[in-house]
Design a protein around this ligand. Structure first.
Ligand code: ADP
Ligand code: MG
Length: 242
């Protein structure tokens, strides 16, 4: 197994609040790493730091051994790192296809290639029949899939997914799990922030658990789930919410 993403000591402060404190973890090629933690634990901030949306105060991000710390988001996406957002922000008055083309254009300037990649991604997430609808017409579950298609249209080698199953119904969740497993099967490396404990146990090869900006566990799912710090910190609240 070769190391693809190596995160060392990432730290981010917002005023007096430490959103990430010396966060360290790694992701092997072809692996699914799940990230859990209650609201405000620092999960989305960690993605901001890895993908260049926020500069870290300290620490390093290595992609395939190359230091990408502090690079701009567009540079990082061109290196093959895609990211989906927890707070969805599609362009409401663009069509579904146009929204995904915008994603594809992050990596290619050829319009035909971008369009082909967009349609291929939409087919993969089973949203092709909505391709000519405006993004604002989609349900939450469909918008989650649109967001995933936008990320996939960048032809990434690594995708960071922020609560892809959040706020969608149980049936839709089952479909999303299958999609993520199929992506892994195709060789994509995945880091997924996930609120639903059943989903994470189903998907993850390893789990990173955060609490109040700190790493409290990192390892095999069964091991992390039974870690006293994890149980104490929030396991009950996560199961309640799921
Ligand atoms: P999570 O995704 O685990 O719910 P976040 O990473 O979104 O947590 O937030 C971690 C903490 O950092 C929260 O207290 C949040 O209010 C704070 N925070 C996140 N982004 C910002 C920002 N841009 N400015 C100020 N505070 C922020
Ligand atoms: Mg978040």
């Amino acid at each position: 197994m070769s190391l693809l993403l190596d995160v060392k000591g990432l730290t981010k402060r917002y005023g007096g609040l430490t959103a990430n404190a010396e966060m360290t973890f790694d992701v092997n090629e072809g692996e699914i790493v799940g990230i859990i933690g209650p609201n405000g634990a620092g999960k989305s901030t960690l993605f901001d730091l890895i993908t260049g949306f926020q500069p870290p105060d300290a620490g390093r991000v290595l992609l395939d051994g190359r230091d990408i710390t502090g690079l701009r988001p567009d540079r990082i996406s061109r290196l093959g790192v895609a990211r989906t957002f927890q707070k969805l922000k599609p362009f409401p008055d663009l069509t579904v296809t146009e929204n995904v083309i915008v994603g594809a254009l992050a990596r290619t300037s050829d319009m035909k290639t971008a369009r082909d990649q967009a349609l291929e991604s939409l087919a993969f997430v089973d949203l092709l029949e909505k391709r000519n609808h405006f993004a604002r017409e989609l349900s939450t579950g469909q918008r989650k899939r649109l967001e995933l298609a936008r990320g996939l249209a960048m032809s990434p080698r690594l995708i960071l997914m922020d609560e892809v199953t959040g706020g969608v119904d149980q049936r839709t969740i089952a479909g999303l799990i299958e999609l993520v497993l199929e992506l892994k099967h195709r060789g994509l490396t995945i880091v997924t922030i996930e609120h639903n404990m059943q989903v994470i146990m189903r998907l993850a090869d390893r789990i990173l658990a955060l609490h109040a900006g700190r790493r409290i566990a990192f390892g095999a799912p069964e091991q992390v789930r039974s870690e006293p710090a994890v149980v104490d910190a929030y396991l009950g609240t996560i199961d309640d919410a799921a």
